[in-house]
Design a protein around this ligand. Structure first.
Ligand SMILES: Cc1ncc(COP(=O)(O)O)c(C=O)c1O
Length: 388
C-alpha cells in the first residue's frame, strides 16, 4: 500500500553535535564504578546554611515567578559582590540579569548579538557550548590557537583573525579545559585590538573566584573594555551548586536590554526560592567566595603532590578546578581511546581535551582531571594513576 502521507524530513541544525563528552564519560564511569574526575562538579556538599535558606525559601512561599530580570535582592547582592571584588559599580536595574546558569546567559548573549554571517572569534581549545550556540544563531566561528603548556593568547594571530565581519570575541579566563589564566596585559591587548572596531566581548568568567595567581584578572577591572563587554558568572561554580543552574550576566544597559529580550522567552526567570536563598546568603556572608581560591589551591596541591612520582607530566594550573596531564610517556593512544582505557583498566575517569578543539594539535596527549573532589578521592585516584 502506498502511504497517504509524507513523512517530514528532519534536517539537523547541528549535524556534527552529539551527546557531550561529559555525559559520555560520566555514564561510563558510573557503569564501571570508576572514580569520576571527568565532569566538572564538586563531590562535596554546599554550605549547609545555604541549603537551610533554600528550604526556608521553599516553605515560606517564594514559589512563583520572580521578576524577569531576577530578584531585586539578589541583583543588589551581586552588585555589592562586584563592587567589593573588582571595585566596579554596576547599575542594579539596567546592567545585571539573573539567568539559569552561565549557559543560559551565554546563549542569550550570542542569540541577541549574532546575525547571519557574523564572525565570532574563539580561542582553541574552547568550552564546548560556544560553537553550537554561534552556529544556531547563524554566525561563523574563527578560532585562534592556544599553545601548550601555558595556553596564553597569541595577540598577533588574534589580530590577523579580526575582519570587518567580526562582531564578537568570546573569551574565558580562568580557562576550561586548560586551567590557564589571562594576565592583566592580555586584557589590555584585547582592548587595544578591538577599541576602534564594531566588536563586542563576551567574557565567560565562571571560575572568577578560583584564580591562584597574586593578581586576579577580570574584564570587570578594565573599565573601557567592560563598557563593551558581557561578563558571565555562575553561582554553580562559586558555591558548589552546579545542579542549581543559577548564574548572572553583567552588561551595559543597551546590550542588557537586547539580551533580556531573549532571556524573557527562553526561561523568563530562574527558580525563585534558589534566588532568594542565594541573595540572603550573599548578604549574610559577603566574603565567602573570596575563600574559594584557597580551598581549590589546597585541592590542586593534594592532587599534584600525589601525582608527583607518576609518569604523567603535570601542566601548570593557575585557575579553575582542572588539572591537565600529559600522558605521552605512558601511551600512544589518542586521548579519547586513552580515557576509555583509563576507565576500564585503571578505574579513573578523565576528559580527553581534543573534544574542546576545532583542530586538535597533532600528537598532543593531554587529559583533564577535575579536582573539585574530597581529598581522599583525589589521593585514591592519584595512587591508581601513579601505578601506570
Ligand atoms: C567555561 C564554562 N562556562 C560555562 C559553564 C556553564 O556554567 P553553568 O553550569 O552555570 O551553566 C561551564 C560549566 O562547566 C564552564 O566550564
Amino acid at each position: 500500500m502506498t502511504p497517504s502521507f509524507t513523512a517530514p524530513t528532519l534536517l539537523s541544525k547541528l549535524p556534527a553535535t552529539g551527546v557531550t563528552i561529559f555525559t559520555k564519560m560520566s555514564a561510563l564511569a558510573n557503569e564501571k564504578g570508576a572514580i569520576n574526575l571527568s565532569q566538572g562538579f564538586p563531590d562535596f556538599p554546599p554550605d549547609p546554611r545555604l541549603l537551610e535558606r533554600a528550604s526556608q525559601a521553599l516553605l515560606t512561599g517564594n514559589n512563583q515567578y520572580s521578576p524577569m530580570t531576577g530578584l531585586p535582592l539578589l541583583r543588589e547582592a551581586i552588585a555589592d559582590l562586584i563592587a567589593r571584588h573588582y571595585g566596579r559599580n554596576v547599575h542594579v536595574a539596567d546592567e545585571i540579569t539573573v539567568t539559569s546558569g552561565a549557559s543560559e546567559a551565554i546563549f542569550d548573549a550570542i542569540t541577541a548579538l549574532i546575525k547571519l554571517g557574523d564572525e565570532v572569534i574563539l580561542f582553541d581549545p574552547a568550552y564546548d557550548l560556544y560553537e553550537p550556540t554561534v552556529t544556531l544563531a547563524g554566525g561563523i566561528c574563527k578560532r585562534v590557537s592556544l599553545e601548550a603548556p601555558t595556553f596564553r593568547p597569541d595577540w598577533q594571530a588574534f589580530e590577523a583573525t579580526l575582519t570587518a565581519k567580526t562582531r564578537l570575541v568570546l573569551i574565558n579566563t580562568p580557562h576550561n579545559p586548560t586551567g590557564s589564566c589571562w594576565l592583566a596585559e592580555d586584557v589590555e591587548r584585547l582592548w587595544q585590538a578591538v577599541q576602534h572596531r564594531d566588536v563586542y566581548v563576551l567574557s565567560d568568567e565562571v571560575y572568577e573566584f578560583i584564580q591562584f595567581n597574586e593578581s586576579v584578572v577580570s574584564v570587570h577591572k578594565h573599565q573601557r573594555l567592560a563598557e563593551r563587554s558581557i561578563i558571565v558568572s555562575s553561582f554553580g561554580k562559586s558555591f558548589h551548586l552546579t545542579g542549581w543552574k543559577v548564574g548572572y550576566v553583567v552588561a551595559p544597559a543597551d546590550i542588557t536590554a537586547e539580551l533580556r529580550k531573549v532571556h524573557q522567552y527562553v526561561t523568563f526567570c530562574t527558580a525563585t526560592p534558589l534566588q532568594q536563598a542565594l541573595a540572603e546568603h550573599l548578604l549574610a556572608l559577603p566574603e565567602e567566595s573570596a575563600g574559594l581560591a584557597g580551598l581549590y589551591r589546597q585541592k590542586r596541591d593534594v592532587l599534584r603532590n600525589a601525582l608527583a612520582n607518576s609518569r604523567f607530566h603535570l601542566l601548570p594550573c593557575d585557575g579553575t578546578y582542572f588539572q591537565l596531564l600529559d600522558y605521552s610517556d605512558i601511551s600512544d593512544l589518542d586521548d579519547v581511546a586513552f580515557c576509555e582505557w583509563l576507565i576500564d583498566e585503571v578505574g579513573v575517569a578523565a576528559i580527553p581535551i581534543s573534544v574542546f578543539y576545532q583542530t586538535p594539535p597533532n600528537g598532543q596527549r593531554l587529559i583533564r582531571l577535575c579536582f573539585a573532589k574530597e581529598d581522599d578521592t583525589l589521593v585514591e585516584a592519584a595512587q591508581r594513576l601513579s601505578a601506570l
